[in-house]
Every structure is written in structure tokens, then in C-alpha cells.
Design a protein around this ligand. Structure first.
Ligand SMILES: NC(=O)c1ccc[n+]([C@@H]2O[C@H](COP(=O)([O-])OP(=O)(O)OC[C@H]3O[C@@H](n4cnc5c(N)ncnc54)[C@H](OP(=O)(O)O)[C@@H]3O)[C@@H](O)[C@H]2O)c1
Length: 367
């Protein structure tokens, strides 16, 4: 018999046309390019307990603040997520306002989940936050119950999820009673829309008050998200690091590479494809002073002596004392993720190296 056999996914459709048998396969956009995670994805990454909770986080987590918004390249976003997960990065961090435009990072990640990562949902820790300006009017900012719960519903819709693993209040609100904001986090958990609660950008004394309220409400509050890196020692000075350890809570350190300054990115000028040039909202050219460059060069030399890149050493430094659960990196390409995860191979520092890092970074008084 003569026919064309058309393979469309699993159905073969015989079509009698000539004496030839030809197999035509249709490539469907969705389905055929489905990502499959590497079998050995858990072999190299280290996982640390989040404070005294049951939640383990990878030593390196991936944040989607930059390069995942509408100005990013979707195929690059996909590849960064695949590279991360293939190498044991199980934690992806978002916020309602990540973009630009606000919300677009959640929408793009939601699309990647839908197309590729949903089969691995139970292997993923996905977090989001509310606390910065998100929509116009008095209900789209800060820490009211109205804002937090509406925002979480919006985030879930954009992500295409029934729940997030961690829901954070994004920043302290000096005007809303702490009881109200913490009550909203409690509601997020009891409604099943978040598994754990987190606080971001809190200081030590406010953390302590918030923790007492959350404890009364039986909320699984497990983690603080704060900026911490070789240059920025705020959490050592405002009591957050000590209080968090005392209370048995985890810390995830954001901008651990000082947005790229603690890498080789700016050693020879400002590249056109760097954050300073492609975005410029949060890291600006004037921050790369001669003094800062001299510090970066010195740190880069020390990293080389340790057999690490500067990025690796900067991340290892944060993980050095076992207090910080995870470093929350950003990336503009998959190769940066591969470089950064090597940090976990050596997080030991000699006392002399630690002193040199403090001196080189202008933090000698912190010793
Ligand atoms: N809670 C909060 O208030 C808050 C605030 C800020 C951030 N965050 C979270 O923290 C995450 C990370 O923040 P971040 O993006 O500022 O982190 P970061 O890791 O300090 O900086 C990331 C940038 O550094 C550069 N980079 C990364 N690895 C590199 C490498 N190996 N070699 C050379 N350059 C490298 C890339 O810049 P180029 O683009 O120049 O390549 C990348 O975009 C965010 O995505 C977000 O989830 C939270």
C-alpha cells in the first residue's frame, strides 16, 4: 500500500498518496522541547538547614530580580533556570515587583514553570514578597493586611501556582502595626497559599518583636532575607545576624556579589553588557570609584591566591561561619551560575585571610 505516514507526537496518520512511504514529523513548540533535569543534579550542591526549621536550602540560590523581566531574553531565562536546577539550585526567589515591568519576572518564571519545571514542583522552593510599591493608590505598598494578601493572590496568578514555599514581608513598615503585618503572614500560611513566612530587610530589634508575634500565632517563620556581602556589613551592625542566630532563624543573603562589583566584571572598565549599562537603576557608574576599584583589585588578588575567582571567594566568605543558610545570587547568563556554585567547594578561611578581607574592603574596624 502507498501512503504518507505523518508522525504527530504519538499518532501516526496514514495517507495514501503515492508508492512512497515518507515519515513527516511535526515539531510542536510546546512539548517536544520539554526540559529534562540532569540525573546527577544533587551530587555537588551543599544543602543547609534554615535556622532550626525543617527546611533545607541550597548553599547557592538564584534570584530573579534582574534579567527576568520583560526586557530580558526569554530563552536566556530558561537556560539560567535549567543550569541552576541541573546543578542542585532548588531555590528560586522572586518578588511581586521584579521586572521591569513589575510582575513580569513572576509571569516569565510562571511560563517556564508551566512549560518545563512543573514536573519538579515538589523539588523546588519558590519564594515571593510584598512590601515595596506595586500598584497605585494606598493599598499597593508597605505592610497592610490589605496589601499583602491581595499581592500574594496576584503573585500566585502570575506564577500559575496554588502556593509559594516562602512568602516574605519585603521591608519594615514604620507606620503599620507589626501585629497587622505579621497577622497577614499568618493568614497567608493558614490559607495554604504559603508554606513558610519570611522577613526581608528587618533589623535585629524589629526581628525580635516580629518573631515573638509570629511565635504566638504559630506561624512557621523560618528565614530573614537581607543584603550581606564583603562590602556591606549592615546585618553585623544592626543586630540582624546575631538575633537571627539566637532565635534559630535562617538568613539568606541577597546581592552577595554587591550586584557584580565583587566579581571580575568591572576590573577593566564597564562592559556594555553589564548591569550598570543594561539597567542602571540600582547599580550606577558613579559607584565604581577609583577607591572601590582598588579594593576590588586587592580582593581579586587574594581570591587568586586561594585558587578561587573573586565571585567564588565573595560567596564563600558569606558562608564561612555557618550562620547564613544560602547566598542568593543574581546572574545574567548561565556561565555565571556555574562559576558561582564552585564557591561551595571551599568556604574555609584562615584568620589572616579574614583580616586581609576586612582591610582590603575598608572594614578593618569590623574586626
Ligand atoms: N529582599 C530584597 O530587598 C532584595 C534586594 C535585592 C536583591 N534581592 C534578591 O537577591 C537576588 C540577587 O541580587 P543581585 O542580582 O543583586 O545579586 P548579586 O549576585 O550580588 O549580583 C548579580 C550580578 O552580578 C554579576 N555576576 C554574577 N555572577 C557573576 C560572575 N560569576 N562573574 C561575573 N559577574 C557575575 C551579574 O551582573 P551582570 O548583569 O553585569 O552580568 C549579575 O547580574 C535578587 O535576584 C533577588 O532575588 C532581594
Amino acid at each position: 500500500m502507498s501512503f504518507f505516514r505523518i508522525n504527530r507526537r504519538k499518532c501516526d496518520i496514514p495517507v495514501q498518496i503515492s508508492d512512497l512511504i515518507i515519515t513527516v514529523s511535526f515539531k510542536e513548540r510546546k512539548g517536544t522541547g520539554m526540559y529534562k533535569a540532569k540525573e546527577d543534579r544533587y551530587e555537588k550542591m551543599r544543602y543547609f538547614r534554615t535556622g532550626k526549621s525543617g527546611l533545607m536550602l541550597p548553599a547557592v540560590s538564584l534570584g530573579l530580580w534582574h534579567n527576568f523581566g520583560d526586557t530580558g531574553v526569554y530563552s536566556n531565562m530558561e537556560q539560567m533556570c535549567f543550569t541552576a536546577f541541573d546543578n542542585g539550585i532548588t531555590h528560586f526567589d522572586l518578588a511581586n515587583n521584579y521586572g521591569p515591568k513589575e510582575g513580569s519576572a513572576e509571569s516569565n518564571f510562571g511560563q517556564i514553570l508551566k512549560e518545563h519545571l512543573m514536573p519538579y514542583r515538589d523539588e523546588l522552593i519558590i519564594s515571593t514578597k510584598a512590601g515595596y510599591g506595586m500598584w497605585p493608590g494606598p493599598y499597593g505598598d508597605w505592610g497592610s493586611r490589605k496589601y499583602l494578601l491581595a499581592s500574594l493572590d496576584q503573585s500566585l496568578k502570575r506564577l500559575g501556582l496554588d502556593y509559594v514555599d516562602i512568602f516574605y514581608h519585603h521591608r519594615m513598615d514604620p507606620d503599620t502595626p507589626l501585629e497587622e503585618t505579621m497577622g497577614a503572614l499568618a493568614q497567608a500560611v493558614t490559607s495554604g497559599k504559603a508554606l513558610y513566612a519570611g522577613l526581608s530587610n528587618y533589623d535585629g530589634p524589629t526581628l525580635e518583636k516580629a518573631e515573638a508575634i509570629l511565635k504566638d500565632l504559630h506561624v512557621p517563620f523560618v528565614i530573614n532575607q537581607n543584603s550581606y556581602n564583603i562590602f556591606n556589613r549592615t546585618v553585623e551592625k544592626n543586630g540582624l545576624k546575631d538575633t537571627s542566630a539566637k532565635l534559630g532563624k535562617g538568613i539568606i543573603s541577597f546581592s552577595p556579589l554587591a550586584q557584580g562589583l565583587l566579581t571580575n566584571r568591572y576590573l577593566d572598565g564597564i562592559p556594555e553588557d553589564s548591569r550598570i549599562r543594561t539597567d542602571g537603576r540600582f547599580l550606577r557608574e558613579e559607584q565604581v570609584t577609583e577607591e572601590k576599584l582598588a579594593q576590588i583589585r586587592g580582593l581579586n588578588e587574594l581570591a587568586a591566591e586561594r585558587g578561587q575567582t573573586l565571585a567564588e571567594m565573595a560567596l564563600a566568605w558569606i558562608l564561612r561561619d555557618g550562620i547564613v543558610t544560602s547566598v542568593l545570587i543574581g546572574a545574567s547568563r548561565p556561565s555565571q551560575i556555574l562559576d558561582n556554585i564552585k564557591a561551595v567547594e571551599n568556604t574555609q578561611f584562615t584568620a589572616e585571610e579574614l583580616i586581609r578581607i576586612d582591610e582590603l574592603s575598608g572594614n578593618a574596624e569590623a574586626v
